[in-house]
Write a protein that binds this ligand. Structure first.
Ligand code: SAM
Length: 297
């Protein structure tokens, strides 16, 4: 089938609405908030440099409206009084919401460097500016690596931007969610959270390049019955996010919509219990510390 569907990423307003619905149905922000309190200090902060005399330079890529990145920065501030936080996010509307949250939460003592660009654009700019600004103590990408380009190249670029001893954090869905091979069955979908870019493919790449890492998993549970109700606008927004297509139910041919809904409602993808249709997934956080020898060959 040769069809072109409107990418959700190209519709900034709908992307934000759809992302908020996914976050709501999956309780993503609640899970991350507890993860940031309980796991982040040991998994991440303890691996950073121990002296806090100079500014800690951190970068978050694809931060969206900043809920998770703000949690990370607040935690870092408990140890590092001076933080310079670079935010790379191409969605202008998301950045505006992020900046409002910074003001509301009184995080103005942090120095913010707002980069309304794609990763590719920002990396190119960094390279032309020269070395001084290029090096970060910590780089985080939470559910954004799917969009950044060829994963092998992007990981090499990210490691290149770290100081020696710096830490790279990649959070993404584990292979579990991709078991239904959505991109094989529906190659006409532009991109989806069911894409084959999962933590297992990233781990394979790291293994191939002999890069050492540590990984920690947390559950991701999405309650999806509202996706099946065409009258339920919140459910339709969530479906748009899962497919990464704007107005999926209206813009895709009906046989494709039906096949996708059959897929996500099928037992090899979701379980049904007490009126709920639950997708049980896993989120993996991969932690890579840069030291000589632990970089892309
Ligand atoms: C699934 S959201 C993740 C948002 C946030 N990190 C979170 O997990 O709550 C993916 C984000 O990546 C951003 N993004 C898409 N393409 C990008 C690119 N080429 N470079 C940087 N960010 C990108 C999107 O605008 C979006 O905000």
């Amino acid at each position: 089938m040769d069809i072109s569907l409107p990418r959700l990423l190209d519709d900034e307003t709908r992307y934000n609405e759809a992302f908020n619905e996914l976050a709501k149905y999956s309780k993503k922000f609640e899970s991350f908030s507890s993860w940031t309190d309980k796991v982040y200090p040991e998994l991440v902060i303890q691996k950073l440099r121990q002296d806090n005399e100079s500014t800690l330079r951190v970068m978050d890529i694809g931060s969206g409206t900043g809920e998770i990145a703000l949690g990370f920065v607040s935690k870092l501030m408990t140890k590092f009084p001076d933080v310079l936080s670079t935010i790379v996010e191409p969605n202008q509307k998301s950045l505006t919401i992020f900046k409002e949250k910074v003001t509301q939460r009184g995080l103005l003592s942090v120095e913010w460097d707002w980069q309304n660009k794609t990763w590719d654009q920002y990396y190119r700019d960094l390279k032309t500016v020269g070395n001084a600004r290029n090096h970060f103590d910590l780089i985080t990408s939470v559910h954004s690596i799917y969009h950044l380009g060829d994963t092998d190249t992007v990981i090499a670029q990210l490691l290149d931007c770290l100081v020696e001893g710096g830490v790279l954090i990649l959070t993404l869905t584990a292979a579990y969610l991709t078991s239904w091979k959505f991109s094989d069955r529906f190659p006409m979908l532009p991109e989806s959270i069911f894409s084959e870019r999962s933590s297992s493919s990233v781990k394979q790449l790291l293994g191939k390049n002999e890069i050492q890492y540590e990984a920690k998993q947390m559950p991701l549970i999405i309650d999806i019955p509202d996706c099946f109700d065409p009258e339920n606008e919140e459910g339709q927004l969530m479906l748009d996010f899962l497919m990464h297509v704007s107005q999926f139910r209206k813009t895709a041919p009906s046989d494709l919509v039906n096949a996708v809904l059959d897929g996500i409602g099928s037992p090899d993808f979701a379980t049904k219990e007490d009126g709920k249709i639950i997708v049980n997934g896993t989120v993996d956080t991969i932690v890579i510390k840069k030291f000589s020898g632990n970089v892309q060959k």
